[in-house]
Write a protein of this length. Structure first.
Length: 107
């Protein structure tokens, strides 16, 4: 499920689905700048992209089950295409951690 998350330009979180992505006004990304242009009434719940990235990086570093690694590697290009997810990374640290994990897999 985590691999299907998408974020729109307002910072709202949605799930990728074949019939189209539906974004929730109640779940928003906890952006690096600390501000969001998402609606504020009712108050949305924030979601940390850094926490989600840490889970993916941890799985890439330590997972032994090839089916899970295969799923992660298959979905990773789609995740990286979502500009909003990448832009909210604090100083690009999440991207560097992800790159380091991928490089360790190769070496």
């Amino acid at each position: 499920m985590l691999l299907k998350l998408r974020v729109n330009r307002l910072g709202q979180i949605g799930l990728d689905h074949p019939s189209g992505t539906q974004y929730s006004p109640y779940l928003v990304v906890d952006s690096a700048s600390g501000s969001s242009s998402a609606p504020s009434s009712p108050a949305p719940t924030t979601f940390s992209i850094s926490s989600a990235t840490k889970v993916i990086v941890s799985a890439l570093k330590s997972e032994k089950d090839w089916r899970i690694v295969n799923l992660l590697l298959h979905e990773l290009p789609v995740i990286l295409q979502n500009k909003a997810l990448i832009a909210d990374s604090k100083n690009g640290a999440d991207i560097w951690q992800l790159a380091d994990a991928l490089c360790l897999m190769v070496s």
